[in-house]
Design a protein around this ligand. Structure first.
Ligand code: FHN
Length: 438
């Protein structure tokens, strides 16, 4: 009995170390991590056949739709206005450097021409076009990076058995012993397709581990075979980052830490175990433009440009990226509100963000009531989000303090700190930036 107990303890200790234990990222992976960190802004796209129902990507689950009935949506999916080049051009113009696209969401529908899943955009719809293929080509043409969201969780498969915490009313028949093994193989086959058919993929962005392992970190690897999946990805494309939105501390083998609907470390959503910000791998906060991920016809509650800029600045000040989400319409167009936000964001990025956000470090100085600080080489960028009269910072021997456009500001700087009076703030300015040369 004692022996059995110690074996069980050893196994669970083993899986505590788990995932891709002993993983050392390849040089190309480390390089790509740097690229992603420097980019600071990506665009998240949640798009699938669910967009036709205009009620978000969880509609199958939330409206208790039978999975066989739901599948029939595919027969009517014809996004006649989809143009991958136009999407990528709009994202690029907004200052983003990569797109994270839902290759498959929890409904199990694949947005690429898959040989292992006929329930896909090419074979199951009259559209007969490979969306991921088109996005990959547009990204290549426009020098933009492609990341792929990949749902672990699947509401369409009978071998997704035993069920997790969701999708209980989709009407799937009870599975049989061994079907989980078949589902795991299916995931491997899909990942292999994605990583061998479309050229370089910047990141596989997993989601859904929580369906079976919410609050059970020690079970995540054994249930999902994360170590195996991470190894598979890194062996097929060593530079490809692995990210997993499991709402827990990163596991070995992950190259990008994710926070959802939150500035890193704030845990305002109450997801997971109150993740600490990683100082080892780059960090990304995925945030919706309105209150929905997938297209939601009634959700017009878009964030203002002021709010979006604040999110980007606050994330950068904490050394994190923002992955800003859009839910395209069923016809393949981006909602007009999203297009307008992208346009305004592009103006701001060109004026300020390219210099004071992209390629900067953050996280070395805590957020203050007035704002945050980013750094590039010897230059500190003081981002004043909330008006303040005087600022003293614990950075020594400043050579020069100026406004963003170079007007000198009087300052004092000693062995341990630098102080200055903040100049008048232009009306309506979201982020007043002061530059300090050290
Ligand atoms: O359930 C998903 C949700 O639909 C969406 O994809 C977000 C994006 O981070 N992630 C999940 C919830 O954690």
């Amino acid at each position: 009995m004692k022996r059995i107990l110690s074996i069980i303890i050893l196994i669970s200790m083993g899986s505590l170390l788990m995932a891709q234990e002993g993983y050392t990222p390849s040089e190309s992976n480390v390089e790509y991590r740097k690229f992603v960190k420097n980019a600071r802004l990506g665009i998240f796209i949640h798009w699938g056949i669910y967009s036709m129902l205009g009620d978000g990507e969880w509609v199958l689950n939330n409206q208790n739709i039978n999975y066989k009935e739901y599948e029939k949506l595919a027969g009517g999916f014809f996004p006649s206005k989809f143009n991958a080049d136009e999407w990528i051009a709009a994202f690029k113009d907004a200052g983003a450097e990569y797109i994270t696209f839902t290759s498959r969401h929890h409904d199990g529908f694949s947005m690429w021409k898959s040989k292992v899943n006929p329930y896909n955009i090419f074979d199951a719809t009259p559209f007969h076009r490979d969306i991921i293929g088109e996005l990959a080509s547009a990204c290549r043409r426009q020098d933009f990076k492609l990341h792929l969201y990949f749902s672990h969780l699947d509401w369409s498969r009978e071998d997704y058995w035993p069920l997790g915490n969701t999708g209980h009313n989709a009407g799937r028949p009870e599975g049989n012993e061994g079907s989980w093994r078949s589902y795991k193989k299916y995931m491997d086959d899909m990942l292999t397709e994605l990583l061998t058919q479309y050229g370089p993929i910047g990141c596989i962005w997993f989601d859904g581990v929580w369906d079976k392992c919410q609050g059970h970190r020690e079970r995540a690897d054994s249930t999902w075979g994360l170590s195996h999946q991470y190894e598979l990805i890194h062996s097929l494309q060593p530079a490809c980052l692995v990210a997993d939105n499991h709402h827990m501390q990163p596991f070995p083998g992950e190259d990008l830490q994710i926070f959802e609907q939150d500035i890193p470390g704030e845990n305002t959503t109450g997801f997971g175990d109150g993740q600490q910000i990683s100082t080892v791998i780059p960090v990304e906060s995925c945030i919706t433009m309105n209150n929905s991920w997938g297209y939601c016809i009634g959700d017009k509650d878009y964030k203002s440009i002021d709010k979006v800029i604040r999110l980007i600045v606050r994330a950068a000040g904490k050394d994190a990226n923002v992955l800003l989400n859009i839910g395209p319409r069923p016809d393949g167009c981006l909602p007009v509100e999203a297009m307008e936000l992208l346009r305004q964001l592009g103006d701001w990025m060109r004026a300020y963000g390219n210099e004071a956000i992209k390629g900067t470090d953050g996280g070395f100085y805590p957020e203050q009531e007035w704002g945050l600080v980013t750094r590039k080489g010897n230059t500190l960028y003081v981002h004043i989000l909330n008006p303040v009269e005087n600022i003293t910072l614990p950075f020594a021997k400043a050579r020069k303090v100026t406004t963003f456009d170079g007007k000198p500001i009087k300052f004092t700087s000693g062995k341990s700190e630098t102080s200055f009076t903040v100049p008048m703030r232009a009306e309506g300015l979201t982020d007043q930036i002061i530059k300090i040369e050290l």
